[in-house]
Ligand binder design. Structure first.
Ligand SMILES: Cc1cc2nc3c(=O)[nH]c(=O)nc-3n(C[C@H](O)[C@H](O)[C@H](O)COP(=O)(O)O)c2cc1C
Length: 153
């Protein structure tokens, strides 16, 4: 059987989304799914365009419902160049805080909307973690991944 591969793209300001990504990657690596984690601030959009594996986007939210600053360039480049991503399967784990109720988790939602508009295929239902609910994002992320995403990769 071919080994499974997952590319995790992270958009974070203070590292919470990266922690969630790392815990998912740890689970994956223990369960025969090879993962690569890349933070968007280090990435060119070709990492997505040239990629043939499923993608997990882990993105928090900043400003007034924006993707985090370090990921702005990646997001805007993707939006402006508007490549066809019909070969990409993707999932979204978004992070936000219901205190910002009008823009709750808009960072992840913006990526989800953008990838949909570029013809990528969503796998599983996105999960949007609420920092005000007292749960640990990395724990919720792994549980969500096991129950909703793992078998679709
Ligand atoms: C200045 C600031 C602005 C924020 N704006 C939003 C927002 O508009 N909507 C939202 O859902 N969460 C917002 N958040 C909450 C963060 O997205 C949330 O705390 C997240 O877990 C941080 O993840 P990170 O460490 O990966 O960046 C904001 C947090 C800060 C500090």
């Amino acid at each position: 059987m071919d080994s499974k591969e997952l590319l995790i793209l992270v958009a974070t300001m203070t590292g919470t989304a990266l922690m969630a990504a790392e815990d998912i990657a740890e689970y994956c690596n223990d369960n025969d799914i090879n993962t690569t984690i890349t933070e968007m601030d280090n990435a060119n959009i070709n990492i997505l365009i040239d990629n043939t594996h499923p993608v997990l986007i882990c993105s928090s939210t900043y400003g007034q419902g924006d993707v985090p600053d370090p990921a702005q360039e990646f997001y805007n480049d993707l939006k402006d160049s508007s490549p066809n991503l019909s070969h990409i399967k993707y999932a979204v784990f978004g992070l936000g805080d219901m205190t910002y109720r009008d823009t709750f988790a808009y960072g992840g939602k913006k990526f989800s909307d953008l990838l949909d508009s570029l013809n990528a295929t969503k796998i599983g239902k996105p999960f949007y973690h609420d920092a005000s609910d007292g749960s640990l994002p990395e724990e919720v992320a792994v549980e969500w991944f096991i129950n909703n995403i793992k078998d679709k990769i």
